[in-house]
Ligand binder design. Structure first.
Ligand code: FES
Length: 147
């Protein structure tokens, strides 16, 4: 049911933890399943993501997608990080079962929430970034259909 990559990231999640005095922190939850994810970003003065950590109180797919999402944004510019969508994360993991697609949205939204926090703190705007929802449950069915 799960790809080897999903199992690998679930069993050995990368970048678990927190960053003190992070440049941006984002927390999102999904009221339907009760899962919560928090992402910490350390962004240097050139807008490059130097470090990233995550913590999740979530299912196995949420752990695997956040692990992969953090790997994909590490070392990237803020703009490049915006391209790390849940689809990109799922592709990098060789797919997820349809009922688990929403878990990958948690990772994407938590990154966006952390970028939003960073933008707010620095008084900048990031192209394509909208104010994140704190609960991604709304609109989740649509997102699943799109995929
Ligand atoms: Fe909620 Fe996976 S079941 S994030």
């Amino acid at each position: 049911m799960y790809s080897e990559k999903v199992m690998d990231h679930f069993e050995h999640p990368r970048n678990v933890g927190e960053i003190e005095n992070a440049s941006g922190v984002g927390t999102v939850g999904n009221a339907k399943c009760g899962d919560i994810m928090r992402i910490y970003l350390d962004i240097d003065e050139n807008g490059i993501i130097r470090d990233v950590k995550f913590k999740t109180f979530g299912c196995g797919a949420a752990v695997a997608t956040s692990s992969m999402a953090t790997e994909l944004v590490k070392g990237k510019s803020v703009r490049e990080a915006m391209e790390v969508t849940n689809k990109a994360v799922m592709e990098a993991l060789d797919g997820l079962p349809p009922v688990k697609v929403h878990c990958s949205l948690l990772a994407e939204e938590a990154i966006h929430a952390a970028l939003w926090d960073y933008a707010q703190k620095n008084g900048i705007s990031i192209e394509g970034l909208e104010k994140p929802k704190s609960d991604i449950h709304e609109g989740e069915e649509e997102a699943e259909e799109e995929y």
